[in-house]
Design a protein. Structure first.
Length: 373
């Protein structure tokens, strides 16, 4: 699909403008609904926790859990944050290969390449009580296969910024660490409430967010979309519905768009997500990434490029604590006068040192304007 003419650009912009207020209202409704959404604690009796997971299934498990397998880094971070890491006997490749970030993980704990490809033979050999998977995995197949071995599959989607408190509360109960879970929730709530308070009534700026692949954006339904919205931005592709789109264009977690589509939507800020590593990216690498975006054909006249509001942010800071730290960084970039006293790197330091028990190297984000000074 190409958008070459002025008329088509105006049509795209008009369609975006017509949905902007609706998108903001939808975010507020989603945030309110998320507070009453899944998962939920339903009761506890005789050492059995009865709960509802992220896809509405009611489960009962003996607690505290002592042997678990965890897929998806964000869930593993939550487990570690609430003190459940001693119970983890298996992880996916993302955690197994990050020795500096996961010092207690050994090669023998590899339970699969990722949430879409669990190694069921390895998992069964680990004798876990439960396996944690996010809702965008093939948890149905995992539940069917592992059910034959009396291994429970629990769906927890830790990348969902709108369900942070329910997720953490559930994990705190499952691992017998409710106080640590509440400490983490208080940390999250502090920044969430700060964002909601200081962004009240703000005229939202249009943001184009791009993941590692060029012209691969994030849509409504991904945690990255919610991160932009909570940070006071308006995702310029937030009006795109995945239903009916060609599967070749991807998913809400990575959707291919044409350069002309980006230009027509006139973003006021561009946020580039990469790399997915604990160590911060070198400034030379950031400069190469950001200069490359600014030099794309037709991008020179974008408001974001003219003002230097092109940003490079690591997945680690962006995803910190259910992406609330990423939302804080976006708010700081978009509305510096409202967040002059807020330091997202300091928030990241607390997340890493107090909740992940690893050093905080810093330097996870930078702007093109900063690099050009």
């Amino acid at each position: 699909m190409q958008y070459g003419g002025q008329a088509s650009r105006l049509a795209i912009f008009s369609r975006w403008l017509a949905t902007a207020l609706l998108a903001y209202a939808t975010l507020l409704v989603a945030h309110a609904q998320a507070q009453d959404a899944l998962p939920a604690i339903l009761g506890k009796q005789a050492g059995q926790l009865h709960f509802r997971d992220d896809v509405g299934r009611e489960l009962s498990l003996s607690v505290p859990l002592t042997r678990v397998v965890v897929f998806n880094r964000y869930t593993t971070e939550f487990v570690r944050a609430v003190g459940g890491m001693p119970a983890v006997v298996g992880v996916d490749i993302d955690s197994a290969r990050g020795k500096s970030y996961w010092p207690t993980v050994t090669p023998a704990m590899l339970a699969g390449q990722g949430q879409s490809s669990p190694n069921y033979e390895a998992i069964v050999a680990m004798h876990p009580q439960a396996v944690f998977l996010p809702r965008n995995s093939d948890w149905q197949k995992a539940a069917e296969v592992l059910g034959h071995f009396n291994i429970a599959v629990v769906v927890v989607t830790a990348w969902d910024v709108l369900r942070h408190e329910q997720n953490v509360t559930l994990l705190g109960q499952l691992f017998g660490q409710p106080q640590r879970a509440e400490k983490l929730n208080a940390f999250y709530r502090g920044y969430r409430d700060l964002l909601l308070q200081r962004l009240k009534g703000v005229k939202r700026k249009r943001v184009y967010i791009e993941e590692v692949g060029n012209y691969k954006t994030l849509l409504r339904g991904s945690g990255w979309h919610d991160m932009v919205e909570l940070g006071g931005g308006e995702n310029v592709f937030g009006d795109v519905a995945i239903a009916g789109q060609s599967t070749a264009r991807g998913t809400v977690q990575g959707f291919a768009v044409d350069p002309e589509e980006v230009i027509a939507r006139q973003p006021e800020a561009i946020v580039k997500l990469e790399p997915a590593q604990y160590l911060p990216h070198p400034r030379a690498f950031s400069r190469q990434v950001l200069d490359g975006i600014a030099a794309r054909p037709g991008f020179g006249n974008l408001p974001a490029v003219r003002s230097g509001q092109i940003y490079h942010i690591s997945y680690y800071l962006a995803g910190g604590c259910s992406k609330i730290i990423g939302a804080l960084q976006i708010a700081k970039w978009l509305y510096p006068e409202r967040f002059a006293d807020v330091d997202p790197e300091q928030a990241m330091k607390v997340w890493l040192e107090q909740f992940q028990n690893v050093p905080a190297p810093g330097g996870y984000s930078v702007s093109l304007a900063e690099l050009r000074r």
